[in-house]
Every structure is written in C-alpha cells, then in structure tokens.
Design a protein around this ligand. Structure first.
Ligand code: ZN
Length: 342
C-alpha cells in the first residue's frame, strides 16, 4: 500500500509518501480502506519527537479515520465488506477494570491510533472490531474523519468532567482549533452560553457562525477585560483550555467564583504557573482530561448523525501532500479540521 511514513524525527520534511507493507489483520481486527484521515496536534508532537514516548519507526501517524471495511480478521463476521465507517481512535486492553467500566482512556495500556500503533496516513489500517462505528447514509467520509478525536475530547471535557448545563457560561479558547470548534458546538447543544476566542476577524466570524454567542480577538483584545464585560464583572463558569502556557494565567483569571477550568493540552508549552490564592480563595476546580471513552464517542456521534453538531472541515489535501497539510496546522492557519484524502 501507499502510506506517509517518517523514519526519523524532525520537521514536515521527514514525511515520506512511499510504499509500505499492508497491515496484518489479527484475530478480532478488521482492515479498513482509508478514504479520509484528519490531522491532530498529536501528529506534530510525535513527528518532532519531543514526547518521552518511544515511537516505533518507520511510523504512520493518523488518529482520525473514515473509510470502508476491506477485510475481516479471524473471528469477525458481522461486518459487510464495503461498509462505510469511522474509527474510534482509542486503543486499550479491553479486560482491565477501567476498560470494563467504560473508562478505556484510563487503561494502563491506553494508546491512540497512529500514536504508537500505525494510523491512518495510509491506504489501509487494521483496528480492533470494537473501534468501528458504522456511518449512516448522508454522512460523507471527509466530515466523518474530521469528527472522532476532537469531538470525543470536547465531549469528555464538557459533558463528562464539567457536566455543562444551560446555567453555565463557557469560555472556549481558540475556537478555530479542532477541540475549540467541537467545544463551541457541544456547549451550545447543552444550551450553555458560549464566549469564544480566535485570532483573526475571519475566524471570529466563523466562531459566531458555529454558535458562539460572543467572540473575543485573543491577539488584539484584552481577553480578561472582554470576559468581565460580557459577564457583568462575574467571570465565566467554565474555561475550555488546550493552549497552555500562553493563555493559562488569564484563563484562571477569567473564572467566576466556583469556576471550573478543564484542560486537554498545552500546544504553546506546559510550564504554566498557578497562583494558589486564586485556586482556594475563589474555590476553583481544575480538571485534566485525555481523550475519552468509547461510549462517549458514540453519544457524541448520535448528535453528529442527527445534524445537531457538525465537524468543521478547513481544507483537504491529498495524502501525498501530508507535509503541506501539517505545515498549515503548525502555523495555526486553519479553522476546524485539516483532512487528508486517500
Ligand atoms: Zn484496559
């Protein structure tokens, strides 16, 4: 098969579009013909090699996959060949207490498709049958590939951890990011009030178009002052953080008394400071999250299949152009998900 692989860590230039062996299809797995694969920041971190996690080389990235069932491994019979599907990006042992409780993202063996296991920057990918989600007619494969990781993450943050309600005002940072656009839409689906930030007039317009009630330019405006003005001086009940050191202090300052800050990432760096006086005197809660469980993605997908939320696709690139696609994500030029077509 054709795949995009890297043989050593580095910049986008280490990505090679080349021939690779077809994946094996062990018992309990299905082989999927990839038609679309969305990019995530995870792809950039592992390519750069800054994580302490050892990545097997050569490596195929790609957590967000949609395509068709191409073959069934031993023991699997209940999927028609050609069935259109999207994939759960979380891989876990399936046997431990966390897995059996439906909290598979707490599994000690938890991995993400394309992180250590080979992923979807390829014509074929092999996954456990439990990771396959059939697609209804009318959901196209590019939109489907744009859905899983960011909506799973945002659902776990807002629904499972924060338990967002219509009483909450939610500040979503960087609404043009994958998690940002998903968080705006999920918070609105739960009838919260949403204030979103973005960095260009076009992105601000887009954030309002997907449901944000108010927007703040995070490069030109004072975000804390903007939030205070929009909330009558009170602050927000929830901040959806994923930016990290560049925004952390002001995210804390934007919170109302009793506010909850939920974070799933630190794309600008992890070495943030926390003034403990804010934490105790204002009785704040800080919640860390990583991905989410398989059941949560199915819950989020039911909103997607009913048309209540819709992943925003920024641009598509052919698989052979993965390096260009990653450069666009690295420069934060996108609004929504960048998708490779295969
Ligand atoms: Zn497990």
């Amino acid at each position: 098969m054709k795949a995009v692989r890297f043989h050593e860590h580095g910049g986008p230039e280490v990505l090679r579009y080349e021939d690779a062996p077809n994946p094996e299809v062990p018992p309990g797995h299905v082989l999927v013909r990839v038609r679309a694969c969305a990019l995530n920041h995870l792809d950039l971190w592992q390519r750069r090699g800054l994580d302490r996690v050892k990545i097997p080389m050569p490596h195929i990235s790609g957590a967000d996959v949609a395509g068709e069932i191409a073959a069934l491994g031993p023991g699997i019979s209940n999927w028609p060949l050609g069935q259109r599907v999207m994939l759960q990006p979380g891989l876990s042992c399936g046997r431990c207490a966390s897995c059996l409780e439906g909290a598979d993202n707490f599994c000690a063996k938890y991995d993400v498709l394309g992180y250590q296991a080979p992923g979807g920057y390829a014509e074929l990918v092999s996954v456990p049958a439990a990771n396959v989600i059939p697609l209804p007619d009318g959901i196209d494969l590019v939109n489907a590939a744009a859905f899983p990781l960011s909506f799973l993450t945002a659902w776990h943050m807002l629904v499972t951890k924060v338990r967002v309600t219509e009483r909450d005002t939610v500040l979503v940072l960087a609404a043009g990011s994958g998690v940002g656009q998903a968080a705006v839409q999920i918070a609105k689906a739960f009838r919260a009030r949403v204030i979103a930030t973005a960095g260009t007039p076009k992105k601000l317009e887009h954030a309002a178009a997907i449901g944000a009630d108010a927007v703040i330019d995070h490069y030109h405006d004072d975000v804390v002052a903007g939030v205070r003005k929009l909330t009558g001086g009170r602050g927000v009940d929830v901040v959806v953080e994923h930016v990290g050191v560049a925004t952390w202090e002001r995210s804390v300052r934007c919170l109302a008394r009793g506010g909850r800050l939920v974070t799933c990432g630190a794309t600008t760096g992890h070495d943030a400071k926390l003034d403990l006086r804010h934490l105790f005197a204002r009785q704040l809660t800080i919640l860390g999250t990583y991905m989410g469980g398989k059941a949560e993605l199915l819950r989020a997908a039911s909103l997607f299949f009913r048309g209540e939320v819709r992943p925003v696709v920024d641009l598509t690139f052919p698989l052979s152009d993965a390096a260009h696609a990653q450069r666009r994500l690295e420069a934060s030029e996108q609004f929504g998900k960048i998708v490779l077509t295969v």
